[in-house]
Write a protein that binds this ligand. Sequence first.
Ligand code: SF4
Length: 137
Amino acid sequence: MPFPVSFSLEPVRRFFRGHPRVTRSLELAVLPLEAASKKLAFGCKMCGQCILHETGMTCPMGCPKTLRNGPCGGVRMNGHCEVDPGMMCVWLKAERRSRWMPWRGAILRIQPALDWSLKGSSAWVGLMIGRNGKEAR
Ligand code: SF4
């Protein structure tokens, strides 16, 4: 199920695309708030292309391999990570938590390759202006 907000934001996106300075100012204002709140709540790594709402509010960038389309083949029998045996596989947590989401099928969507040039940028502003890569799908 596509994230419904993307359709209603099209006029806003057109405005921001036509006004890059306004977009930059908005980003400077929003970035500290987004970074602080999401780091505290979700361990956000500020990848700039947030998919929390599709992964049961579990940040996929917490995976040591930064996998965005499900677990690798190395999940241990106890559900822990093969790279960091002390932690539960991020994708096991994501799948369990996604069952509680109203849009739980969203975790099955294939995510586009991460655009590393957006690391450190605001995913909130990215969503608003449509630069989070979802248009490619
Ligand atoms: S998916 Fe990206 S933006 Fe979202 S919480 Fe994880 S690192 Fe932060």
